[in-house]
Design a protein around this ligand. Structure first.
Ligand code: NAD
Length: 449
């Protein structure tokens, strides 16, 4: 098939290389400076194997880059929209990027392909409205909704091996075209109406966010009662009706999707006078995670002003350089507020990405002279660091393990080092017996012991 994809972000570019790999001819469209870089095989986003796949598909003559929507759409069997749909006013989805693409198609004569495949996450009813708009302009195209469920950090693998593929479409022709597009991917296919497909995407993200907030809520109870959240969730997740995924307590969810999709669903509910209290609680629990964690450090430090915090991991999750809605940004804002200095290390986020942040070249440099260190993302290499050395490099060896990445073995080695305080999430903290003088009544207060 000849496919045109508008938008070469995390979803559009991954879809472009994967469909090209599946044997289709793909033309991907984006803004001038982005396309210029892509034509030189330069990627702004970091995803495992993406670079290699991009180069292979281009040299095989299956992947092309363009800047003009009309030109790229001419003769295409289908046009896929994968532009951003960020949060707008009062949580409602900002559809301006989608609207802009539709306007470009309406302006150009005789180029609109027979199918427009909406990949961007859009509120329920959007595809109906867009199709009506296109028909009113005389364009006989069918808009189908084909939600994307890939996870950043494993995007290529997720795209090629999805749990399911959803086609929200009206006609047999559209269904057949989508089947042809996805031929080669072995996954269950669900065909349904467009509104249901649109809601499947929002409901899936809301449910995943809810699982994370649930795990974090139970983690707080574990800390209060001296239980171990990892054990609790292992027992809970072993139930096949629940499943083990997304039950890890930590710093809360981040990234470009969960928060904005939850807000969008809440806004959709509001628009029809329906409250969605489970989603409100999910968002509230998540918003409290970072302030709560920082509070633990402040309770130990006493006065936070002038303290230096080492931060491991900036992106919202490992194996990606995406910092959109990363919990680190909330942490950073609070640190500014309290007068805490921040020095960070991230394996793939380029230095100088965030203004005013002191980004180090190694984790050890981020630990040097720090009054505490916090692990924000579960990059595997963080667990492999020489944590005894890390503690020795610090001014005050307080380790806040926001992702529970340190093994029991590492923790017990740490406990042989003077003055160490290890603060995990969802289980009691550990500290070496010989400690600095500090107000232990506050510690008792935090952990209820
Ligand atoms: N990122 C994810 O993990 C993920 C997963 C599933 C679904 N989604 C959804 O997919 C959509 C895209 O997400 P993303 O993370 O790839 O966004 P992104 O912001 O990374 O990429 C969007 C791209 O579209 C381009 N663009 C915007 N308007 C354009 C136009 N008129 N012409 C050409 N290019 C244009 C932008 O320049 C940008 O490169 C969103 O709706 C998102 O909710 C994202």
């Amino acid at each position: 098939m000849k496919l045109t994809i508008i938008g070469t972000g995390y979803v559009g570019l991954v879809a472009a290389v994967c469909f090209a790999k599946l044997g289709h001819y793909v033309t991907a469209v984006d803004r001038e400076h982005i396309i210029q870089d892509l034509r030189e095989n330069k990627l702004a986003i970091w995803e495992p194997t993406l670079q290699e796949m991009l180069e292979t598909c281009r040299s095989d003559g299956r992947l092309f880059f363009e800047t003009d929507v009309a030109h790229a759409s001419k003769g295409a069997d289908a046009l896929m929209i994968a532009v951003g749909t960020p949060a707008g006013v009062s949580g409602r989805t900002d559809l301006s990027q989608v609207d802009h693409v539709i306007a470009q198609l309406k302006q150009a004569e005789d180029v609109c392909p027979p199918f427009i495949i909406m990949k961007s996450t859009v509120p329920v009813g959007t595809c109906d409205e867009l199709e009506a708009d296109l028909h009113a302009a005389g364009l006989r195209t069918e808009v189908v909704f084909n939600p994307e469920f890939l996870r950043q950090g494993s995007a290529i693998n997720d795209f090629m091996n999805p749990d399911r593929i959803v086609f929200g479409c009206r006609s047999h022709l559209a269904k057949a075209a989508l089947h042809q597009l996805y031929r080669g991917i072995n996954a269950p296919i669900q065909v349904c109406d467009r509104r249901s497909a649109e809601l499947i995407k929002y409901a899936s993200n809301a449910f995943l966010a809810m699982k994370i907030s649930f795990a974090n809520m139970i983690a707080d109870v574990c800390e209060d009662y001296g239980a171990d959240n990892r054990q609790v969730m292992q027992g809970v997740g072993a139930d096949r009706r629940i499943g083990p995924h997304f039950l890890q307590a930590g710093i809360g969810y981040g990234g470009s999707c969960f928060s904005k999709d939850l807000q969008s669903l809440l806004a959709s509910g509001n628009a029809i006078g329906r409250s969605l209290p489970l989603l409100e609680a999910t968002a509230q629990i998540n918003e409290e995670r970072i302030p709560q964690l920082l509070e633990k450090l402040i309770s130990i430090w006493g006065n936070p002003r002038g303290k230096r915090l080492g931060v491991l991991g900036i992106s919202f999750k490992p194996h990606t350089n995406d910092i959109r809605d990363a919990p680190f940004l909330t942490l950073l804002r609070l640190c500014y507020l309290y007068g805490i200095e921040v020095q960070t290390y991230d394996p793939v986020v380029q230095p100088a990405t965030i203004e005013g942040v002191c980004q180090m070249d190694t984790a050890y440099e981020a630990a040097a002279g720090a009054h505490a260190i916090i692990i924000m993302t579960e990059w595997p290499q963080f667990a492999e660091l020489d944590w005894v050395l890390m503690a020795q490099l610090m001014y005050q060896p307080i380790l806040l393990d926001g992702r529970n990445v340190l093994s029991e073995e590492v923790i017990s080695r740490l406990m042989a080092v003077e003055n160490v305080i290890y603060i995990p999430v969802g289980r009691p903290m550990e500290q070496t017996t010989l400690t600095l003088k500090r107000d232990t009544s506050t510690l008792r207060h935090i952990y209820g012991t």
